[in-house]
Design a protein around this ligand. Structure first.
Ligand SMILES: [Zn+2]
Length: 265
């Protein structure tokens, strides 16, 4: 049997599938994976900006590096929009096949595509968290990018204090930070993610190599709980031995073909 038909057959029998996604899903939205060539960590050192203490140190010693890092990041994310992989996952949820999405991405594109139940275990760039009261609130993309350019575009006039104007303050008056998980910080919504994983009957693994723990433990956990596993990845990953169907291509290429089969039954 064709692997696409096999995958579609598994999905059509699913009642509470989970989509588990990583950087590969957003690669075709123009967001390079952080570790790959062209990714953020090729131009910037995690030791300089990847942790909160490093960020504060660099802000003091080399503010222009922070400015360039943030501006590069903004330019990547403002061009990005949901691709057929995100749209396919959202459609599977609308059809009652997928119950939730667990993503390691911080780009908010699953929510943009219409997915309703999304666990963003590494946080989201499009959410702020109050440093005083801990409240989280969503950020409007266009408004965020506009403020970022106002603060970052002018190299000569840049002051590190400008950074505090990029994010709105909290209703309590406190300063906020992007609600993304930096190196050394604990992942978010892990309990919800593991609950969904243990309860799922099918896991659709998209564009993740499975190296970043603890989130990468999800497929193994789903497998042990008896779920069928479908993996779509352009490269072999560490999940090989436990998956039922492996489609070796990008999620954005495979999902439209798979969705055609799912929707035609
Ligand atoms: Zn607050």
């Amino acid at each position: 049997m064709d692997i696409y038909e096999k995958a579609a057959g598994i999905l059509l029998k699913a009642k509470k599938a989970v989509a588990f996604t990583g950087a590969g899903v957003s690669a075709e939205s123009g967001i390079p994976t952080f570790r790959d060539p062209g990714g953020i960590w090729e131009k910037f050192e995690p030791e300089e900006i990847g942790t909160v203490p490093a960020l504060l140190r660099t802000a003091k010693n080399n503010p222009d590096l922070i400015r360039r890092f943030l501006l590069d990041t903004v330019k990547v994310f403002e061009k990005s929009k949901a691709n057929p992989a995100h749209l396919g996952v959202a459609k599977l949820e609308a059809l009652g096949i997928v119950a939730s999405v667990i993503t390691q991405n911080i780009d908010g594109l699953h929510i943009d595509a219409g997915s309703q139940t999304v666990f963003e275990v590494h946080g989201s760039l499009f959410r702020a968290r109050c440093l005083s009261c801990g409240q989280r609130f969503p950020l409007d993309r266009a408004a965020l990018f506009k403020r970022a350019h106002e603060a970052l575009d002018d190299e000569a006039g840049f002051r590190i204090e400008n950074m505090t104007r990029i994010l709105p303050s909290c209703t309590c008056g406190g300063l906020t930070r992007p609600d993304v998980v930096m190196f050394g910080e604990s992942v978010q919504q892990l309990e919800e993610a593991f609950q969904a994983t243990t309860a799922c009957d099918v896991m659709l693994i998209l564009g993740t190599s499975g190296v970043v723990y603890p989130a990468a433990a999800c497929p193994e956990q789903a497998y042990r709980a008896g779920a069928k596993l479908i993996e779509i990845n352009p490269r072999e990953s560490c999940f090989g031995p436990i998956v039922d169907v492996f489609i070796k291509t990008s999620a954005a290429t495979a999902m439209p073909l798979l969705m055609q089969l799912v929707e035609s039954r």
